[in-house]
Design a protein around this ligand. Structure first.
Ligand SMILES: Cc1cc2nc3c(=O)[nH]c(=O)nc-3n(C[C@H](O)[C@H](O)[C@H](O)COP(=O)(O)OP(=O)(O)OC[C@H]3O[C@@H](n4cnc5c(N)ncnc54)[C@H](O)[C@@H]3O)c2cc1C
Length: 372
């Protein structure tokens, strides 16, 4: 808990902004969350709602460095946060287990080496041989040479996570304003945030978590006029499409969690419609325009979909934008000016990395509190 709270404006009500706002408010700061979503939609109407919610921390290909540490910290924090939120009446559906599959020989070797390295660190990554994989019902996509099961990784429902953080945040005193921020200006030792409607809000600190819109907003803080495109060099959007399918039988409860095959996530949703729903995603399409061919390639797994998957009915399709840093590793967690924190560019792992990003923001603010 912070020894004395300060005032903070968080811009952006996606998973990263909401996690920051909720965590900071709970630590005794006075937080205003500003999101550009239209009237009546409130916070949480963001690209984060498009995510599949797969948390791949232990199964990350590295085992040291910043990206690894953020993942480990997030996994631990999500476990704590989920319990805390459930106790406070806001449960988030979660299912543990991620099964990585090798479709080619070099991938098989890579998975075996990854498993061995992580087991040496004491992490529960278990090799699955072909015989064991063949016993799974319904059958996995082919070819499928070997598997690696990560017991602590898993999948949480992003929509429920956004709703839980927003509802609990409000109960803790978090204030929300549904209006777009258009510019940031230094203001008497703190910051002024200009809003689309002509008004402004002031605080000692600003946390900028507006997805790919964070780039142009950072530029305004450095005096570049609003509406310029210079800041777009910081982040670029990468569109992702995903599908929800309905199967004939509720067999997906037998899979040991989400399955990753050739980069595609097959996510059983045992909590939806008696276990007959599966999420399938996601495409990687630089830019903002969805390509129908990419969606059909996803739908039939590039021609490799097993019969039960081909026969499943599409009940929902959606898309969203991931903020990807240009020429720098994800995510961007930095302080471009005193009192201004950038927490964006989480690209493909914003749901996973939201708690560690919020903890980072709190550390910056509490290391050098400003009166406001
Ligand atoms: C199809 C798909 C599948 C994915 N699957 C996974 C997954 O399995 N696991 C995982 O960890 N990640 C996944 N991701 C990635 C994840 O969704 C992103 O990394 C994450 O959503 C980034 O969150 P964010 O809060 O930074 O940005 P966003 O979710 O984009 O939120 C930004 C918010 O800022 C607001 N905003 C924008 N401009 C302004 C402004 N000027 N003023 C005020 N507010 C503004 C927007 O309204 C929005 O609410 C997936 C993404 C996609 C598209």
């Amino acid at each position: 808990m912070a020894s004395s709270g300060t005032s903070v404006i968080v811009i952006g009500g996606g998973i990263v902004g909401l996690a920051c706002a909720w965590w900071l408010q709970g630590r005794g700061h006075t937080v205003l969350l500003i999101d550009g979503a239209g009237p009546g939609e409130g916070p949480g109407r963001s690209g984060s709602l498009a995510a599949l919610g797969v948390l791949m921390a232990d199964s990350f290909h590295r085992d040291r460095g910043r990206a690894w540490e953020l993942r480990q910290r997030s996994l631990e924090l999500w476990t704590r946060w989920r319990h805390e939120l459930a106790e406070r009446g806001h449960p988030i559906p979660y299912r543990s287990g991620v099964l990585l599959l090798a479709a080619e020989g070099d991938e098989e070797e890579r998975l075996a080496a990854l498993g061995a390295r992580k087991r040496a660190l004491g992490l529960p990554l278990e090799p699955w041989d072909r015989r064991r994989l063949e016993q799974l019902e319904p059958g996995l996509p082919q070819p499928c040479l070997a598997g690696l099961h990560s017991g602590r990784d898993g999948q949480l429902d992003p929509g429920s996570a956004l709703a839980a953080l927003a509802a609990d945040g409000r109960q803790r005193g978090l204030t929300v304003r549904a209006e777009a921020a258009v510019a940031l200006r230094p203001d008497g030792g703190g910051w002024r945030v200009d809003l689309a409607g002509g008004g402004a809000e002031r605080a000692a600190w600003v946390v900028l978590a507006a997805g790919s819109a964070s780039g142009p907003l950072v530029e305004t803080a450095a005096g570049v006029p609003a509406g310029g495109d210079g800041g777009r060099r910081l982040l670029e959007p990468v569109l992702g499409q995903a599908l929800e399918l309905e199967l004939d039988t509720p067999l997906l409860t037998h899979w040991p969690g989400a399955v990753v095959w050739r980069g595609v996530n097959l996510v059983p949703r045992p909590d939806l419609e008696g276990g007959r729903r599966l999420w399938l995603g996601a495409t990687l399409e630089p830019g903002r325009e969805a390509d129908p061919d990419q969606l059909s390639g996803l739908r039939d797994l590039g021609g490799a979909a097993p019969e039960w998957l081909r026969e499943a009915r599409v009940v929902r399709r959606w898309q969203g934008l991931r903020p990807r840093p240009l020429g720098r590793p994800a995510p961007l967690l930095e302080q471009p000016a005193p009192g201004l924190l950038l927490a964006s560019g989480h690209y493909r792992n914003g749901i996973l990395l939201a708690p560690a990003s919020a903890a980072w923001a709190a550390e910056q603010i509490e290391a050098r509190p400003t009166d406001g």
